[in-house]
Design a binder for this molecule. Structure first.
Ligand SMILES: Cc1cc2nc3c(=O)[nH]c(=O)nc-3n(C[C@H](O)[C@H](O)[C@H](O)COP(=O)(O)OP(=O)(O)OC[C@H]3O[C@@H](n4cnc5c(N)ncnc54)[C@H](O)[C@@H]3O)c2cc1C
Length: 403
């Protein structure tokens, strides 16, 4: 009888297997339902795999996790992005830090990461059973019985890393775990509005976006898409508001400040601009740094005639334009997936996990890691980092307790 089962051959399952070493590796079976493992790693980061993020202080790092922030702090003190970099680079996968601090393999290909993980698991002589779905897990007095379609097995320890499907959550429910209802996180906002119509591709270097109803706010780059708004500022809001926005059935109002000025500041600024540019055509000169097409659209929506010069702008018009740019209200109706990068909020309740070892507090000898937990982050390599760190903790614990 082999000692350890790993259920799920994704980032969390593979990283656990790679760190077990040969002695425990030989006693481990990894079950993967698909015919090939690591399929999410393959498509991640647009095929480039955003492995982690250049944020090396655990206190700062946890701020990127809407769910799991408190629990991950001690986990990151043991294994953080610097350790991830060293781990891959010492295995001949050079990494690079991009301007926005995301970290990718120098090869710009997720295959470098996959090949490295496959090689390490092979080295540890872990038995891999691809195309074999685990259908049930039963806890016996001193072991677990695992059923697949073709066979059943007995193990002392189970490492559960199956991602975030409903079926996986049911397996945990059946064994006694509480599941926090899964809802999508990281999505873009659907908005049909004449102010955005046909302006897809226009981006704002920085926008402040809030959801007044929920008293939530975010800021960052923002992009007009075919269907509404996207970009880091929007995605951050979707992640932090995942639960509340689900309750609102994704129908709510957002308020956008496009210019990082308060209403009064903007009025003053436009009044001065009007004096300095009195004879210039208002449609030809954009006083702000965002693209001129958006400035023109705001003027059109305010029904400002094409032939006006700045000297003709009256008090009301300046007030209305400023209001649009500092407190523009938009109605969101629905959401869309961001580049297929769906991430799930919800999953196994974190109160039931010992974050020193990732062992279940409900079922001893069951270890849980990865997206099945109620942990998720914004984009930028943070979701993988949580997988690497949690998985590392499991293998370190098993090595110290079993060898
Ligand atoms: C398109 C896309 C791009 C992404 N890009 C990034 C990125 O660049 N950076 C980042 O940090 N995050 C990214 N993410 C998020 C990241 O991929 C996930 O957070 C991460 O893959 C979760 O790893 P995991 O091991 O928990 O689960 P998974 O990667 O989902 O792996 C679980 C595995 O378990 C298998 N499995 C499930 N049930 C069973 C069963 N009963 N029996 C046997 N096997 C089973 C599944 O087939 C799967 O292979 C991306 C997500 C998507 C969808």
């Amino acid at each position: 009888m082999k000692k350890i089962a790993i259920i799920g051959g994704g980032a969390a399952g593979y990283f656990t297997a790679t760190n077990l070493g040969k002695e425990l590796g030989k006693q481990t079976v990894l079950f993967e339902q698909a015919s090939l493992p690591l399929q999410k790693v393959r498509v991640s980061g647009g095929g480039r795999c955003n492995v982690t993020h250049a944020c090396f202080d655990p206190n700062e790092l946890v701020e990127f996790y809407p769910r799991g922030k408190k629990e991950l702090l001690s986990v990151f003190h043991k294994f953080q992005p610097g350790d991830t970099m060293e781990w891959f680079e010492s295995r001949k996968v050079p990494l690079k830090i991009e301007d926005d601090n995301r970290i990718f393999p120098v090869s710009n290909s997720s295959l470098s990461i996959i090949e490295c993980l496959l090689k390490e698991v092979d080295k540890n002589q872990v038995e891999t059973r691809f195309g074999e779905t685990v259908l049930s897990i039963q806890k016996k007095e001193k072991s677990f019985v695992i059923n697949t379609k073709s066979d059943y097995y007995e193990f002392e320890k189970v490492i559960f890393t199956p991602g975030s499907s409903i079926k996986s959550m049911d397996l945990m429910k059946n064994i006694g775990h509480k599941i926090v209802k899964p809802v999508p996180s990281l999505f873009t906002f659907n908005i049909k509005d004449e102010r955005l119509k046909d302006l897809m591709g226009i981006s704002f270097e920085w926008a402040e976006i809030s959801i007044p109803q929920l008293k939530m706010e975010s800021e960052g780059p923002m992009l007009i898409t075919h269907w509404g708004l996207s970009g880091p500022g929007i995605l951050r809001l979707s992640a932090w508001g995942a639960l509340e926005l689900n309750k609102l059935n994704y129908e709510f109002q957002i308020c956008i400040n496009f210019i990082q000025q308060e209403l009064e500041e903007s009025i003053e600024f436009l009044n001065e601009f009007k004096i300095e540019n009195a004879k210039k055509s208002i449609y030809k000169i954009n006083p702000f740094s965002f693209p001129k097409r958006f400035w023109n659209r705001i003027l059109e929506v305010q029904k400002i005639p094409q032939d006006l010069t700045f000297s003709h702008l009256n008090k009301n018009q300046i007030q209305n334009i400023s209001k649009e740019l500092t407190e523009g209200i938009y109605n969101v109706k629905g959401k869309s997936t961001f580049k297929d990068e769906f991430v799930t909020a919800g999953g196994v309740d974190l109160k039931e996990i010992n974050f020193k070892t990732m062992e279940s507090k409900v079922v001893p000898n069951l270890f849980i890691a990865g997206e099945i937990l109620n942990i998720d982050a914004i984009t930028g390599g943070f979701n993988f980092q949580a997988c690497w760190s949690e998985a590392f903790l499991i293998s370190e614990h098993l090595k110290s307790s079993l060898l």
